[in-house]
Design a protein around this ligand. Structure first.
Ligand code: FAD
Length: 274
């Protein structure tokens, strides 16, 4: 996706973007739960209402609405009703339109309606799904792609890896809690991956990524970078890449996927203020 931010100052009325149309919520049921690692669950959602749900770009996103405390099933959101309190952003990892199925990988990070729901998820439980929202279009001509981020971005990285051409090279730098979270990655492109351990303390988010980047030095001049992790860490790493390592800002796409201490961090934090 070409990088676009929401303007800080409103454009003239002629140039106002059309408000994003909310797509209808789709009722889905859990049909499979897989334990990928101690802190990662792959959950397959299915249902007739997924008919027509398709995703064109890698690293797209969707919204999931989880049950409120005391509910077994979330209320179906009304078209013009208030936003559900327990709506969170996730990456459609694999979409199988013919089977009306979507796979989603959840990090079990601790508190939060999404993480606590995923930790107990069972076949037959119901959520509402909305979207998809736009993703990332990796430049087909770039000889080198760098994917830098944490476990919350692993699903996005996997969709990008699958979309790269065999002529490209890709380096993945990913921070997870510990070695038990590592897993094989695949791509048609020439792939190298480096796994970094953050430890159990989420306040250290991004520290290992920054240290590894400082150590490895400037990436190749024409590298295209997708950077997605904790929001403040993303800003620090953006600055490190552009100020200290000389990467042109136009070659970096930043995404804050979550924010330390913040609930439901927005899906459009691009860190361009960094
Ligand atoms: C475009 C996009 C795609 C995303 N795709 C995925 C995905 O595929 N899989 C995935 O697991 N996440 C993904 N995320 C991140 C996910 O939306 C957030 O982690 C979300 O906050 C989880 O909601 P929650 O209810 O568990 O926690 P919240 O109620 O939002 O937050 C509760 C507390 O948990 C902390 N917290 C939230 N997320 C994390 C985390 N990952 N690690 C450590 N602490 C955390 C917060 O700082 C807060 O203190 C994506 C985010 C975006 C913007």
């Amino acid at each position: 996706m070409t990088e676009r931010s929401r303007p800080d100052t409103p454009a003239s009325p002629d140039l106002q973007p059309t408000p994003r149309k909310r797509r209808p919520p789709r009722r889905v049921e859990v049909s499979r739960v897989q334990v990928l690692s101690p802190a990662m669950r792959r959950i397959t959602l299915t249902g007739a209402e997924l008919q027509g749900f398709e995703v064109s770009d890698p690293a797209s996103y969707l919204k999931l609405i989880f049950p409120e405390p005391g509910q077994t099933e979330p209320d179906r959101p009304l078209p013009d009703g208030p936003r559900a309190k327990s709506m969170r952003t996730y990456t459609p990892l694999a979409v199988r339109p013919d089977a009306c199925e979507v796979d989603i990988d959840f990090v079990l990070h601790g508190e939060g309606p999404a993480s606590t729901w995923a930790a107990q998820a069972q076949v037959g439980q119901v959520l509402f799904l909305m979207g998809p929202g736009p993703g990332y279009k990796p430049s087909p001509d770039a000889p080198l792609h760098l994917l830098i981020g944490d476990d919350s971005a692993l699903p996005a990285f996997e969709t990008i890896l699958a979309a790269l051409p065999a002529t490209a090279a890709v380096q993945v730098l990913v921070e997870v809690a510990d070695a038990a979270e590592e897993r094989p990655l695949h791509s048609p492109a020439a792939l190298s991956a480096q796994w970094l351990a953050r430890g159990a303390d989420n306040r250290q988010a991004g520290t290992a990524l920054e240290a590894a980047l400082r150590q490895s030095g400037a990436p190749a001049a024409d590298a295209r970078i997708y950077l997605a992790c904790e929001a403040d860490a993303m800003r620090r790493i953006r600055r490190l890449l552009s100020d200290a390592l000389g990467v042109p800002r136009s070659q970096i796409v930043g995404r804050g996927y979550w924010k330390l201490g913040a609930v439901n961090h927005p899906d459009h934090d691009y860190g361009e203020d960094a």
